[in-house]
Design a protein around this ligand. Structure first.
Ligand code: AMP
Length: 366
């Protein structure tokens, strides 16, 4: 069930005291919960495992995404449903979307759950992507390599994150190893993009069709995990405009409601879309220090029918993820002027685990 408004109609925001259900209880759910509470809402987190978001939510359901009874009870107990985790199975979506409004919509989520559907959607929209082909067998891979060439990247169609479920193919000799590493999962082959920089646009669309985008951030990854996002990105103004317009086209085409992260490669021939994430995004954390309305409040505003924040940036910011033992630097960083410290309340520090992040204001917006 959804309650889309005809474009341009004014919405009445979800009433104060109502409950927003959020699937996924990680740090994104935690920061969404805090933002929801500032707008007068309660949150109910649904999470199969340990939930950093549980500390700041009114209710928590700990159950699997295949537990349809628990999902039904959760849907009955909330007024609106959203998510911070994309890999929600189709059966769960059936139960949830039949019971309560789900934002972003099931169709938007399903488009981005599968890399083949996602890339096909983007290409059909006329946007540039890496060349791609589906790979379900060794014969498919040979045919795809004959067309796309090397270097290339073989990626699982579903469930990939932080560079997991990917194998690089530098020469045709790598194919056997690459295919074996994916354990028979349906995959796509992507041509390797020779990019000079990775950027992302965090964009939002309201239930009335209004769109607001934040300035593109410049992303640096380490070991496949986002390390830093810097605004402004060191790209010409014309590319910033291209990035924002392209993100807006994606949101409109999906009739999207909520915040989305759009990851882009910068190349000499322009922008290439890498992937879209139908949720608040790690590369949008800088908005907490750089904008009056950050991406978390923006998402709650969008799904609950509030006017969107305009996305204007008032500061230059560097966001740095605290990964694993990096978290030991948090107190020292807090002593640095202009630095926000965000910790996710995870008791166990593990290598590669996102423990928190820093937002360092480096000056007024330029
Ligand atoms: P993804 O999971 O698709 O976001 O990929 C993780 C990272 O791998 C990206 O942030 C890029 O640094 C790199 N990558 C992914 N796809 C490509 C590609 N087609 N060409 C070059 N680098 C890529």
């Amino acid at each position: 069930m959804t309650d889309p408004l005809p474009s341009g109609k004014t919405d009445t925001p979800l009433a104060s005291g109502k409950t927003i259900g959020i699937l996924g209880g990680g740090q994104l759910g935690r920061m969404l919960s805090v933002a929801a509470s500032r707008l007068g809402y309660k949150t109910h987190i649904y999470e199969p495992g340990a939930a950093p978001a549980a500390d700041v939510a009114a209710e928590v359901t700990q159950a699997g995404y295949d537990d349809l009874d628990a999902l039904r009870r959760f849907a009955d107990a909330v007024d609106l449903i959203s998510f911070e985790f994309e890999n929600i199975p189709a059966d769960a979506l059936d139960v949830l979307s039949a019971a309560k409004p789900l934002y972003p919509s099931r169709a938007a989520l399903e488009t981005s759950q599968d890399r083949l559907t996602e890339k096909t959607f983007l290409a059909d929209l006329g946007l540039a992507t890496a060349p791609f082909a589906p790979v379900d067998s060794a014969a498919d891979l040979d045919a795809a390599l004959a067309r796309i060439g090397t270097p290339a990247i073989l990626k699982t169609r579903r469930f990939g994150y932080d560079g997991k479920g990917q194998a690089r193919i530098m020469t045709p000799e790598d194919t056997g190893r690459a295919l074996a590493s994916l354990n028979g999962a349906p995959a796509i082959l992507e041509g390797f993009v020779d990019f000079s920089m990775e950027i992302s646009v965090i964009a939002a669309r309201g239930r009335d069709g209004a769109i607001a985008c934040y300035d593109p951030g410049q992303n640096v990854h380490k070991d496949g995990i986002l390390a830093t996002t810097t605004v402004p990105a060191t790209i010409p103004a014309s590319l910033r405009t291209d990035a924002v317009l392209l993100a807006a086209r994606i949101l409109t085409a999906l009739d999207y409601v909520g915040v989305m992260g759009v990851e882009l490669f910068v190349t000499p021939s322009g922008l290439i879309v890498n992937e879209i994430a139908p949720r608040v995004h790690n590369s949008g954390h800088w908005t907490q220090a750089g904008c009056a309305v950050d991406q978390f409040e923006q998402h709650i505003r969008a799904i609950a029918g509030w006017p969107l924040g305009d996305g204007t940036r008032h500061a230059n910011v560097v966001m740095e993820n605290l990964i694993g033992e990096d978290v030991a630097r948090a107190a020292q960083a807090a002593a640095t002027p202009g630095t926000q410290v965000h910790l996710y309340g995870k008791s166990e520090t593990r290598a590669g685990r996102k423990m928190g992040h820093l937002n360092r204001v480096t000056g007024p917006a330029t």
